[in-house]
Design a protein around this ligand. Structure first.
Ligand code: HEM
Ligand code: HEM
Length: 211
């Protein structure tokens, strides 16, 4: 039985609430811009501001990981090594299991991305005064570069998984909708919390940049 074909006939259901989506695309933007402004003297304020903004987004996401909607919770997507191995084994045998939320490998990728992003913001904060020892600068560069390597793997994983299940996961991260049984959907999108998150983020960035 091919699980992915079963999914095609199911209706769209809401999986990613608004805060998760605003978090994701804001974090991606902050990290990409920080990455490409790290070596520029001219953009150092922008670099540091977006790095701190990324840290704030991560702090929010950790809280939401304990209190958010079903598929936003760590307890839902951080699975045992046994579950990860079973998932990989099924792919190898050509019968990939379909997950409404993050798949077992993706769940760990999320944890790794969040840890690396936090480590990069933290080491950046350490070197910000300018008189930090050289190894701390090296460490910031190392965490930033490792983060970008994992981001590339993350995007490849998303594309691979989208093709495997014939379901556009990037679109799902924008609209919040995936195919599944109606009972598996979440009922509250928490749009107003996402508005607050976006306003806090924009307020912080504009205030820092003195726009
Ligand atoms: C600096 C860049 C990026 C970072 C740090 C990042 C990080 C993350 C994180 C932490 C999550 C988990 C979301 C959550 O549960 O809150 C996630 C999921 C996701 N990301 Fe990214 N991301 C980045 C770039 C991208 C890009 C460029 C794409 C599009 C090609 C993308 C597509 C996705 C998708 C589709 C998911 C959901 C995966 C699933 O269905 O399980 N990400 N990303
Ligand atoms: C979390 C996102 C961040 C990313 C992806 C990032 C990435 C980078 C990169 C790639 C460099 C260039 C390293 C090199 O080749 O020399 C750099 C340098 C730097 N970053 Fe960040 N950074 C982030 C956050 C921060 C934060 C929060 C701060 C401070 C508040 C900060 C402060 C600095 C400083 C001062 C430098 C210059 C170091 C030097 O003079 O060599 N960064 N960053």
């Amino acid at each position: 039985m091919n699980h992915s074909n079963d999914e095609q006939s199911k209706p769209p259901i809401l999986v990613w609430d608004w805060p998760v989506r605003v978090f994701h695309w804001s974090l991606a933007a902050c990290i990409f811009i920080s990455f490409f402004t790290g070596e520029s003297e001219r953009y150092s304020l922008l670099h540091q501001t977006l790095g701190y903004a990324a840290a704030g987004l991560l702090a929010f996401r950790v809280l939401w990981g304990f209190s958010g909607t079903r598929y936003a919770r760590f307890s839902q997507f951080v699975q045992s090594p046994r579950a990860v191995l079973a998932y990989l084994k099924n792919i190898k045998q050509g019968v990939p299991g379909h997950d409404v939320g993050h798949n077992p490998v993706g769940g760990w990728a999320v944890v790794l991305l969040m840890l690396l992003a936090a480590a990069t913001a933290w080491t950046g904060w350490l070197i910000a005064p300018g008189d930090a020892p050289g190894w701390q600068e090296e460490l910031h560069e190392l965490t930033a570069n490792t983060l970008m390597i994992v981001v590339v793997i993350h995007v490849i994983g998303v594309i691979f998984s989208s093709r495997l299940h014939r379901e556009n996961l990037v679109k799902a991260m924008l609209t919040g909708m995936k195919k599944g049984d109606p009972a598996q959907g979440i009922s509250n999108s928490w749009w107003w919390l996402a508005v607050l998150l976006a306003l806090a983020l924009i307020g912080f960035v504009f205030n820092q940049l003195q726009v």
